[in-house]
Write a protein that binds this ligand. Sequence first.
Ligand code: A2P
Length: 352
Amino acid sequence: EGFTVAILGATGAVGTRMVQQLAQSTIPVKTVKLLASARSAGKLLSFKGRALRVAATTAESFAGIDLVLASAGSTVSQRFLPIAVEQGAVCVDNTSAFRMDPTVPLVVPEVNKEILRQHHGIIANPNCSTIQMMVALNPIRRAIGLKQIIVSTYQAASGAGQSGLDEFYQEARDYLDEQPMTAEIFPIKGDHQHYPLAFNLLPQIDILEDNLYSHEEWKMIHETKKIMLGDMNASDIKVTATCVRVPVPFSHGESIWIDTGKPDATVDQVRQALANAPGVVLQDDPRHQLYPQPLNATGTRETYVGRIRPDLENPGAFNLWVVADNLLKGAAWNTVQVAECLVTDGLVHAPA
Ligand code: A2P
């Protein structure tokens, strides 16, 4: 009874949390197969109190697998997920490899789980920063309206994976010990220049494009349009973004300005829209200095919204502050949540 689930990238910052979120999910699991690079073969990880051995990933790893949860980087997903689908598996992919493929659903369950019915074997998990913004803004869009988004992110070190997190902690130790800091990963692995993240702010996440936006900013713009409007280039909602890496280990913050397009919209209506929204916790009590913070969000599945204020000079526009655990709602939990929806709706099977 139950599903055979493979976790691709099981040893990583997201993968270890996928194992944990799967164990805590409603998915009936028969067998779990933990996959990573050859470097990790033989390593032990625990699932529901049992020790499981990690295996190296090969084209043969996917025989008999019902569900694949992937977070081992885009090139690994590009290489192995089509093979897994060919062998009958349904894949939920946390990498950016297939997000903009028009035949691949890009899903935040609170927003657009209906499109899971259209899957062809691969479902993409959006970027971490996009996910928490969608959870917070979709209820406002549905209840009031949404014409424009201007977002600035405050993104945690763990978004760069376990090695990024390790580099950040080492820099912090070195700085406090008055030693020189060494940077080899941030702002991104594989670019020319590297800078310390500890005690710093880095306004570059992912590569810088020819139009001078970072690829992370590009993702927030086009993933938002695909999730909310079904088309990565839709113009009904205008989006612009500035993405910044901050010296915080876990949970992303976002300062978001929105124009609802409804000049009569009130703050009470915005609060009301969020108060009962799925996945949202309203944390907005200025009198008691209550507002979302990374330290409080970390380890939870929810998206926290606070500091809700009307723009004093633009009727119908509002400012909000949104925080969520980038490794859980931004990655592992959203992936497992999508898989739960697939199971509940009977969609864990090869496409018709
Ligand atoms: P490994 O730990 O063996 O390197 P993170 O996002 O924290 O950097 O984690 C990346 C994950 O992707 C790790 O589990 C890593 O395994 C895995 N990975 C990296 N390269 C490959 C590969 N070529 N094949 C399979 N898994 C890989």
